[in-house]
Design a protein around this ligand. Structure first.
Ligand code: ADP
Ligand code: ADP
Length: 239
C-alpha cells in the first residue's frame, strides 16, 4: 500500500539545471524515509515536487494512487492541506506568539483575518493546545516565537503543520541549523508522530549518522539520480 509513487520523474529547471533524473520509487504508508545526499543533489527538489511547490518536467507522481498533476484549484489546495512541510529556517512569524504561529496552520481552512485579529474560537484554542502537546511545548503557548531555542521553534513549526491533520510531513533539512541536543528533540518528535499517529515522514538530511538513527529506509541522491535505496537493516557503518 503505497502513499506516494514516483514513476520516471524528471525535473529540469527553467535555466536548464537538472534537478531530478528518472526517479522511481514507492513509499509505503507510515514509512519514515530519509533522503541523503550532498548539497545540490536534488533532495529539496524531490520534496517540493510532492506538494507541487515545484512542477515536474516529465513522468508521474501519485499520492494515494492518483496522479497529482491532475489536481487543480481547490483540489490542489486540499492535497497540500494534508501534506505538512517544515523547513531549515522554521518560517515562523518571529515576533508573534507560539499560539498564533500554530493557529496559522489552519489558514486555508480558515480566514486569514481571523488569525490576524486573534479571533479564534475556544475549539481552535483547544486544537492549538493539543498540537503543542504533541510536540511537548504546551507551557510555551504564550511565549513569543523568537524567545524559544531553535529546536523549540522547529517543534512549533511541526505543531503548526499538525493543525492541517497531515497524512504526510515533508521536512527539508529540519535540523541543519541546530545543535546535536536540540536536533535530537526535533527528530524524536518527528519519529513519535510517525509511530503514534501513522504520519508518513520524509526528511532530507545531510547527516547519514542521524539518518541511521531514525530512518526505516534511506535513499541517496547524487546529481539528481537515485543512487541508493535500502531499508535500515541493510545500512552499515561503511555506508
Ligand atoms: P520552476 O518554475 O522551474 O520550478 P522556480 O520557480 O523554482 O523554477 O525558479 C525560478 C528561477 O529561480 C530559476 O529558473 C532560477 O533562475 C532561479 N533559482 C532559484 N533557486 C535557484 C538555485 N538553487 N540555483 C539556481 N537558480 C535558482
Ligand atoms: P539539495 O536539496 O540536495 O541541496 P536542490 O534540490 O536544492 O538540492 O538542487 C538540485 C539542483 O537544482 C542544484 O543544482 C540546484 O542548484 C538546482 N536548483 C534548485 N532550485 C533551482 C531553481 N529554482 N532553478 C534552477 N536550478 C535550481
Amino acid at each position: 500500500d503505497s502513499i506516494i509513487s514516483f514513476r520516471h520523474v524528471n525535473k529540469v529547471y527553467a535555466n536548464g539545471t537538472v534537478g531530478l533524473k528518472d526517479i522511481n520509487f514507492d513509499i509505503p504508508r507510515g514509512q519514515f524515509l530519509v533522503v541523503v545526499g550532498l548539497s545540490g543533489a536534488g533532495k529539496s527538489t524531490l520534496l517540493r515536487t510532492i506538494n507541487r511547490l515545484h512542477e515536474i518536467s516529465s513522468g508521474e507522481i501519485q499520492i494515494d494512487n492518483e496522479a497529482i498533476s491532475a489536481y487543480k484549484g481547490k483540489a490542489l489546495r486540499q492535497l497540500r492541506c494534508h501534506i505538512g512541510m517544515i523547513f531549515q529556517n522554521f518560517n515562523l512569524v518571529k515576533r508573534s506568539s507560539v499560539e498564533k504561529n500554530v493557529l496559522s496552520g489552519l489558514v486555508g481552512y480558515y480566514p486569514t483575518w481571523k488569525c490576524v485579529l486573534g479571533l479564534f474560537s475556544a475549539h481552535d484554542h483547544q486544537r492549538v493546545v493539543q498540537a503543542l502537546d504533541r510536540v511537548s511545548l504546551t507551557p510555551k503557548i504564550f511565549a513569543r516565537a523568537d524567545e524559544l531555542s531553535g529546536g523549540q521553534q522547529q517543534r512549533v513549526a511541526i505543531a503548526r503543520t499538525l493543525m492541517q491533520d497531515p497524512h504526510i510531513i515533508l521536512a527539508d533539512e529540519p535540523v541543519a541549523s541546530l545543535d546535536p541536543r536540540t536536533s535530537k528533540d526535533v527528530m524524536d518528535t518527528l519519529k513519535r508522530l510517525n509511530r503514534e499517529d501513522g504520519i508518513t515522514v520524509i526528511v532530507n538530511l545531510h547527516s547519514v549518522a542521524i539518518a541511521r538513527q531514525y530512518a526505516d529506509r534511506i535513499i541517496g541522491l547524487r546529481a539528481g539520480e537515485l543512487v541508493y535505496d535500502e531499508p535500515i537493516a541493510n545500512v552499515t557503518e561503511a555506508n
